[in-house]
Ligand binder design. Structure first.
Ligand code: F6P
Length: 362
């Protein structure tokens, strides 16, 4: 009998529950026990945060967004910031305590579901002796080692639906609508939703944009009797003069900047440089919510099933990866090496240019 623990870390993504469903059912059918560690590694620190999961606990969760065991994108156990009563912050390493509890409780393996940050932490735990199998998730789709991460398809569907709705109101008022979407340092959500949602301009981090070129496209639309425009801005997009907007670090225990604000900046620039009426909106966490699409459910279920087969084969310190048409695995070290960026020679970028979408550079 094997005892395994599953955690979900980083920003949530539609499909996490489907992974949990597949892990619990596949492991139980092998006669193993599954435990869920709440909010990342909390369950391996505090007994109340560890929950036994049996098939009845996960019944009908495949279609539900979020994660039944909670998640966090703060508090790397290897450098956990703690604040004392005087408000001073010190950084402590609590990984040893977590490993000790994992071993004392007799766990055979940890299935860590998360994005690049969580995979890095999982790899570090593997290095100090915790058998780990990683499962990639993120709406950003920015993990190089796997063709897709679950959550991305749902986020793109939500963003595309929003763009479809914005067309009619933009048209009624002859307005420019600027829509900021998530994605961190990569432009996948912006590119896919902008293409599918017939945007006039798509600004992604991979292509620094020139505001003169974006405004020229908007004015050109007017000349062609299209008096409204839709501009999709990835939160990590940068202007060619280097302008990049973030909300800064700000949050205790969070390793990366909180992004956001670039859409508003682009809207202000369009307002200043044209005579158009401009409105902007940020889709934000809507993109992370709701029921996963069929594609994401299937991918997440397949990831969960593959993870348990990896545990069975004792393929530790590795991450499940989808390399169509097969489900495969890659060493975690390799999985965290590089971020997957939009390939500027890909047919999606070429198609965007061919159909007349402005990418801010020409
Ligand atoms: O990585 C997923 C993601 O949704 C990013 O696209 C976004 O920048 C970030 O998480 C938002 O994080 P938070 O939920 O902490 O605001």
């Amino acid at each position: 009998m094997r005892k395994i623990v599953i955690s979900t870390g980083g920003g949530d993504a539609p499909g996490l529950n489907a992974v949990i469903f597949a892990v619990v059912n596949s492991a139980t059918r092998r006669g193993w026990e599954v435990y869920g560690s709440r909010s990342g590694y909390k369950g391996l620190l505090e007994p109340d945060e560890l929950v036994r999961l049996v098939p009845a606990d996960v019944r009908e969760i495949t279609s539900i967004g979020g994660t039944i065991i909670g998640s966090t994108n703060k508090g790397n156990p290897f450098r956990m910031p703690v604040q004392n009563l005087a408000g001073e912050t010190t950084v402590v390493d609590i990984s040893g305590k977590i490993l000790e509890n994992f071993q004392r409780m007799g766990f055979f393996c940890h299935v860590a579901v998360g994005g690049d940050g969580s995979m890095e932490i999982a790899h570090r735990f593997a290095e100090i002796g915790m058998p780990v199998v990683g499962v990639p998730k993120t709406i950003d789709n920015d993990l190089e080692a796997t063709d897709r991460t679950f959550g991305f398809d749902t986020a793109v569907a939500t963003a595309t639906d929003a763009l479809d709705k914005l067309h009619s109101t933009a048209k009624s008022h002859d307005r420019v609508m600027v829509v900021e979407v998530m994605g961190r340092e990569s432009g996948w959500i912006a590119l896919y939703s902008g293409l599918a949602g017939e945007a006039d301009a798509i600004l992604i981090p991979e292509i620094p944009f020139d505001m003169d070129i974006v405004c020229r496209k908007i004015n050109d639309n007017d000349l062609h009797d299209k008096r409204y425009s839709i501009v999709v801005v990835a939160e990590g997009a940068k202007a060619s003069d280097g302008t990049r907007i973030t909300r800064g670090q700000g949050e205790l225990g969070r390793d990366e900047d909180v992004l956001g604000g670039m859409g508003e900046w682009v809207a202000a620039e369009i307002r200043r440089r044209t005579d158009k009426d401009v409105r902007s909106l940020t889709l934000g966490h809507l993109q992370r919510g709701g029921s996963p699409t069929t594609f994401d459910r299937l991918l997440a279920l397949r990831f969960g099933g593959a993870a348990i087969r990896m545990v069975e084969e004792e393929k530790f310190d590795q991450m499940v990866a989808w390399k169509p048409p097969v489900m495969s695995s890659v060493p975690l070290e390799e999985a965290i090496r590089s971020r997957k960026m939009v390939d500027l020679t890909s047919d999606k970028v070429l198609t965007a240019r061919d159909i007349g979408i402005c990418l801010g550079d020409e």
